[in-house]
Structure formats: structure tokens, C-alpha cells
Design a protein around this ligand. Structure first.
Ligand code: GFB
Length: 313
């Protein structure tokens, strides 16, 4: 990409898309195209085709997706598989039909087998059964990877696929039913502190381990990959270390300043026991994560405090 390249950021108001847009603006890319989901419903092929024919972007960051935490994925698998298949199919196909030079597709580390060896290497994809709580979403994302690889093979496109680990940061979803663990804990501890509650409920046993990448770090990686990675194979994006949910809860509790107890609600699912990614490939390419977990949680909590009125809840 150069500073005058025409760049479309799909999903620019979400956790990932807003970070990518901010990074591109900071780096001086001056020809950026965005559309809200009201202006452009990416599930509607007609609207997507018309948009691409009109705007003819040269580069596409496909950060738009229907995402959610473990309970949302477990309860609404049809929504997750349908919406994500429609969004990615429409955008990838319209990109090809309108000569998009390069597209970055964002998957997730939930595409790997539930019990794959850790840390997760890219070649572990499709080597075992998926985690049942989010296999619908995971299969949609795997289909997106395969679609990019198939278009590259048949049409000679240059569509790359990156697999970020669990993410958090600004413009996250803080709804307690549909969100991921990090924003949920930030909100729970904050509200418990304000209302002098004596305990906060943490879902599951607290024993699963998760790796957390701050959204600005992910955005840096995505812009870096768009400029330096042209391989058909998927590439992991992560920090290279993980924590148990119990340790995470205790860290968020400390940052927020809640003094009460934790209570583990084992009626809620744990999900996959661990999702630590191997970052050798992207590190060898020259990128590594910057933001340390406790610093990232402080940044996310500060954003939360400054945006409570406009929260996606
Ligand atoms: O972040 P999370 O919802 O998704 O849950 P996954 C991570 C772990 O945190 C699970 C526990 O073991 C949860 O039980 N947890 C504890 C909580 N308290 C809470 C809470 O209040 N809210 C939530 N949400 N979790 C997702 C996939 O799996 O990972 C998505 O379902 C996506 O498709 C995402 O791939 C990256 O990490 O388990």
C-alpha cells in the first residue's frame, strides 16, 4: 500500500476495524473508505456488489464479522455461521470481480482443534475436532480461509488470512451476555465496585487459559501483513503467553480496584482448555506484540470509563 492507495476497512466501528482505521490514519494513509452497517449491509450481495463497483477499492481489510463470546456462540450458532458466511463470501467475491489488489481476511484461533498441541501452529488447522461451543463460527472462518486460498489458486488473487488470538481494547462489546471475557470482567468488576457488591461471578471453573492481544497491537500487525505478507497460508497473530481465567479475573480486579470475592459459576461453559498461538511465523516476518496485559487492561478500562454512555451493551 502507498499513502494514496484506496483502502476499504470493512467493520470500521468494531473492536478490530476501529483500531485498523486509527492505525491507517496515524500512518498517513489518506484515501480510506468506510461504511456503517446501516449504510451497507454486507450480508446483502446486491449492496456489496454495487458498493465495490462504485468505490473500486485497491486494498480491503475484512474486519467485519458477527462475533461474540462463548455463551453467544453456543446459543446462536445459526446466526454466527449464516452472517459470517454471507459477509465474507460477498466481500471476497466482490473484491475479485472489482480487481482488488489485496485483501486481508481475519479469522480467529478458535479455528484450531479443541485439543491441538499448544502452542498452536498454523499447520494444526483441520487436524482434529473443533470446540463445540463455537464450531459454527469456526467453520465459517475456515470456509473464509479456504475461499481466499481458492480464489488465489483459480484467479491469481492475493488474499491473505490472519488468525488473531483473543482480542480486547477500545470499541469492544461490553454486553454481559454476548461479549468476550475481558470486557465482561471489566464491566462486572466496575459495577460491583460502584454498587459495593461483595462478590463477582466469573463463568466456568477459572482453569481454562487464554492469550490476550490488545486491539492496537492487532491493527499494527494487520497493516504490517498487508504490506509485507503475500503467502497463501494462514498466519497467527498473538503475544506468545497466556493466563488462566482465574489469573485474568484477579488482574482485572486489581486494575479496576474491586476488593470483594470471586465466585466461579460452573454452570457456564469453560470452552476449549487452552488457545495459545505459536507466533514464530509472524515474529520471523519482523512483527511482535507490544502491549503488556496489565497495561492493556488499564487502557481498556480507561476507555470503558470514558464511554459508558455510548457502550455497545
Ligand atoms: O472470551 P470467551 O467468551 O470466549 O470465554 P472463548 C473465555 C473464557 O472465559 C471461557 C470464561 O472459559 C469463559 O467461561 N469467562 C469467565 C467468561 N467469565 C466470563 C464472562 O463473564 N464472559 C465471558 N464471555 N466469558 C471465543 C469464541 O471463545 O473466542 C469466539 O467463542 C471467538 O468464537 C473468540 O473465537 C476469540 O475464548 O472461550
Amino acid at each position: 500500500m502507498n499513502k494514496s492507495s484506496k483502502i476499504y476497512v470493512a467493520g470500521h466501528r468494531g473492536l478490530v476495524g476501529s483500531a485498523i482505521l486509527r492505525k491507517l490514519e496515524i500512518e498517513g494513509y489518506e484515501n480510506l473508505i468506510v461504511r456503517t452497517s446501516k449504510q451497507l449491509d454486507l450480508r446483502d450481495k446486491q449492496q456489496v456488489d454495487s458498493f465495490f463497483e462504485l468505490e473500486k477499492p485497491e486494498f480491503v481489510f475484512l474486519a467485519a464479522a458477527k462475533v461474540g463470546g462463548i455463551v453467544a456462540n453456543n446459543e446462536f450458532p445459526a446466526d454466527f455461521i449464516r452472517d459470517n458466511l454471507m459477509i465474507q463470501t460477498n466481500v471476497i467475491d466482490a473484491s475479485y470481480r472489482n480487481q482488488v489488489e489485496k485483501l486481508l481476511f481475519l479469522g480467529s484461533t478458535c479455528i484450531y482443534p479443541k485439543l491441538a498441541p499448544q502452542p498452536l501452529k498454523e499447520e494444526y488447522l483441520l487436524t482434529g475436532p473443533l470446540e463445540p461451543t463455537n464450531d459454527a463460527y469456526a467453520l465459517a472462518k475456515i470456509a473464509g480461509i479456504k475461499m481466499c486460498q481458492s480464489y488465489n489458486k483459480q484467479y491469481g488473487t492475493n488474499y491473505i488470512s490472519a488468525m488473531p488470538t483473543n482480542l480486547y481494547g477500545e470499541n469492544d462489546n461490553f454486553d454481559l451476555q454476548s461479549s468476550h471475557v475481558m470486557p465482561a470482567l471489566i464491566r462486572k468488576f466496575h459495577e460491583a465496585k460502584l454498587s459495593n457488591q461483595s462478590l463477582v461471578e466469573v463463568w466456568g471453573t477459572g482453569t481454562p487459559k487464554r492469550e490476550f492481544l490488545y486491539s492496537d497491537d492487532l491493527a499494527n500487525a494487520c497493516v504490517y501483513l498487508m504490506n509485507h505478507y503475500n503467502d497463501d497460508e494462514i498466519i497467527n497473530i498473538g503475544v506468545g503467553e497466556d493466563v488462566s481465567i482465574k489469573e485474568l479475573a484477579e488482574t482485572v480486579q486489581r486494575v479496576v480496584g474491586f476488593e470483594g470475592e470471586l465466585k466461579f459459576d460452573t454452570t457456564k461453559p469453560d470452552g476449549t482448555p487452552r488457545k495459545l498461538v505459536d507466533t514464530t511465523k509472524i515474529n520471523q516476518l519482523g512483527w511482535k506484540a507490544d502491549v503488556k496485559l496489565e497495561d492493556g487492561i488499564s487502557l481498556a478500562y480507561t476507555w470503558f470509563l470514558n464511554n459508558t454512555e455510548t457502550l455497545k451493551t
